[in-house]
Write a protein that binds this ligand. Structure first.
Ligand SMILES: N[C@@H](CCC(=O)N[C@@H](CS)C(=O)NCC(=O)O)C(=O)O
Length: 247
């Protein structure tokens, strides 16, 4: 079995996408778990880019979920993450790019948009104590400054929060449409499935979003690939005027 080391933030959606891809390809995976914000200098030194996920294969370092997926298909052909047929592949790559550039980024901002109201409550609910590099109680001492820095890193202003909350419903509709057209949601997960559906575990964990997610095909498809819950952030954390934008 070929070895790979995944450098990740536990629970991060692109990291979960890559972990699943490594698993599907039969890699023997070890993880290096990092904390948000603190991961940036570490990743910059190890991979030359301050983001997770990054994967160290024997003698090779690859950073970025899309780059890793492509490299995995080159290294191990089956199961293929991209269809062989060029037209089908183009559709999967287009959906994957949307899943990365638009959906993944929006879900990340939405998480921090909720966390900014109650950093400790939110981060405690979604943190897996077993995978933290330090004890949960110690990690949570930094919940407030960590959230403040993430808001800054991602440019999450009041206006951005309002835009993201207002457009979440249409992003979820787009993911469902991709299932309807058969680009994602098939029996064998492709790169777009992994990229898009990995975001649902994070969304599902947040009580304020549950009414928007209920009964959606993508939620069911995500649960098949990424079973289990990442946590349970209670509803009612967003202020009422922001919650009202979630339609
Ligand atoms: N979209 C890229 C980047 C992923 C990404 O932005 N990851 C976040 C954590 S979930 C991160 O490392 N953020 C730090 C930063 O943006 O500098 C990918 O899928 O690899």
């Amino acid at each position: 079995m070929t070895k790979a080391t995944l450098w990740q933030i536990p629970g991060s959606h692109p990291c979960e996408a890559v972990e699943k891809a490594l698993d599907l390809k039969g890699f023997d995976v070890k993880t290096v778990n990092l904390l948000p914000v603190m991961h940036k200098p570490v990743q910059k030194v190890v991979f030359g880019q301050p983001t997770v996920p990054g994967v160290v294969f024997e003698g090779e370092r690859v950073v970025g979920s899309r780059r890793i997926m492509k490299r995995l298909d080159e290294m191990v052909a089956e199961p293929a993450l991209y269809p062989a047929d060029p037209a089908a592949r183009a559709k999967v790559e287009e959906a994957e790019a949307w899943g990365d550039d638009v959906f993944q980024a929006a879900v990340r901002r939405l998480l921090w948009a909720v966390a900014r109201n109650q950093p400790k409550t939110v981060l405690t609910a979604i943190a897996d104590p077993d995978s933290l590099p330090i004890p949960l109680s110690v990690a949570m001492l930094s919940a407030k400054p960590m959230t403040a820095m993430e808001l800054k890193i991602h440019g999450i202003t009041d206006e951005v929060v309002r835009e993201d909350l207002s457009s979440l419903g249409s992003l979820l509709d787009h993911a469902d449409a991709l299932i309807g057209s058969g680009v994602i949601g098939g029996d064998q997960p492709n790169a777009a499935d992994l990229q898009i559906l990995s975001s649902y575990r994070l969304l599902n964990a947040i009580g304020d979003f549950s009414h928007l997610l209920e009964g959606r095909p993508a939620v069911a498809a995500a649960a098949k690939i990424f079973p289990g819950s990442i946590g349970n952030v209670p509803g009612g954390i967003l202020p009422a005027d922001e919650r009202a934008l979630l339609v």
